[in-house]
Design a protein around this ligand. Structure first.
Ligand code: NPG
Length: 376
């Protein structure tokens, strides 16, 4: 398969409601989309980082630069005759930047799979054609707002509620939700907002029958998470701390967590995500599919992964309407039973709708194998 053109687009989509976490508030999704054109098919990938380096060290302007200056040229230097399983080798001279790498690697893989008529889910060995959906509820101005949002999401059918927490908006609010709905699958996500000095908070959460507490401590830590896990009953789940497959092996060896959130973009793309899945499966550690407010392109990729066998817990794989008034692809829809279909068409199975994509795009650059980056 010969790659002859790569396109980068910076796209923005307003969210249906602001999304607040311990690290900030988002009202608009902004991300880079990558399109790879080959002699046989086109492929799409979404870069999961945001405008600012708040969740991760990567951010859109930086990822654009890394793609433009290092990663795309590395593909063309290889003669453009590239398969996704070789892409990691080509990127080896660039340290870090897993999100930028994931976007381009996933686009190459998508093109390859579309060319062979294989679905991503099938290629990954997925065992389900529907996945269970959870929803991540941002920090609300008041407890009353939180109750109203959770009530709405439960009546939509979501099978797991995840509450964002931060110091000062944690135990009391979570208790209110638990008392109102004693039987639901409920978890919390701190996005690295606490330290071991906050052990009392986690001991209090221990009494609320939570499915897990996600990324309670520093975004790059494993050792302190192991200390916390040894001190509480609730399962610790790691997200930010797992940036490549080796991290998950270390986390399991140290006892830093008992559950792992897999975000394919955070670990360098679909191939690395599969590796994380396999390592967790072999160690008996359940995983679930995280989300980064992706457009339909990233969502389709996530759904294929979430259909793999060891994804045994509902993920942050919500339908398009939970995020955007209008998605870039045909919308993903959740059934009233809280499940969503895994795309079955070739590759990721969806393609951005031309006019919606153009309306959402603020910057666009195209490189060709022969001429490099074309004038904007
Ligand atoms: O449903 O896509 C979704 C959002 C799930 O809470 C969610 N994502 O910390 O996991 C997270 C959080 C996030 C969103 C992180 C956007 C970074 C950017």
């Amino acid at each position: 398969m010969k790659i002859h053109e790569v396109e980068l687009r910076l796209v923005s989509l307003p969210l249906v409601r602001p999304f607040r976490t311990s690290f900030g508030e988002t009202t608009t999704k902004e991300c880079i989309l990558v399109r790879v054109a080959t002699d046989e098919a086109e492929g799409w990938g979404e870069c999961v980082c945001d405008r600012e380096p708040d969740f991760s060290a990567e951010f859109n302007a930086g990822a654009w630069e890394v793609l433009r200056t290092f990663l795309v040229p590395a593909l063309f230097r290889a003669g453009g005759d590239v398969s996704a399983v070789r892409v990691d080798e080509l990127f080896a001279s660039v340290r870090g930047h897993p999100m930028a790498k994931a976007a381009l690697l996933n686009a190459v893989l998508d093109a390859e799979l579309r060319a062979s008529g294989t679905s991503l889910a099938g290629w990954l060995g997925a065992e389900r054609d529907r996945v269970a959906c959870g929803v991540s509820v941002g920090i609300t101005p008041t407890t009353k707002d939180l109750l109203a949002q959770v009530e709405g999401y439960l009546s939509d059918g979501y099978r797991r509620i995840k509450l964002k927490i931060a110091p000062g908006v944690d135990v009391d609010r979570v208790r209110v939700i638990r008392e109102r709905w004693p039987g639901i699958l409920l978890s919390v996500d701190a996005n690295a907002a606490y330290t071991l000095a906050d052990l009392d908070v986690f001991r209090a959460l221990d009494d609320l029958d939570l499915l897990m507490v996600e990324q309670p401590l520093h975004h790059d830590d494993l050792v302190e998470h192991a200390r916390l896990q040894a001190a509480i009953r609730t399962d610790v789940c790691l997200d930010e701390s797992i940036k490549r497959p080796a991290d998950v092996t270390a986390a399991i060896a140290l006892g830093s967590c008992r559950i792992v959130n897999i975000k394919q973009g955070r670990v360098g793309g679909v191939l690395a995500a599969r590796e994380v899945h396999d390592r967790c499966r072999d160690a008996g550690v359940p995983v679930w599919c995280g989300g980064m407010l992706e457009t339909g392109v990233g969502r389709a990729t996530n759904l294929a992964l979430a259909a793999m066998p060891n994804f045994t817990l509902p993920g942050d794989t919500s339908p398009s309407a939970r995020y955007f008034p209008e998605d870039l692809t045909e919308p993903f829809v959740m059934d009233p039973d809280g499940s969503m279909a895994v795309p079955g068409g070739p590759g990721i199975g969806v393609t951005p709708v031309g006019e919606r994509l153009d309306a959402a795009t603020s910057v666009r650059e195209i490189a060709t194998a022969n001429e490099g980056w074309l004038p904007r």
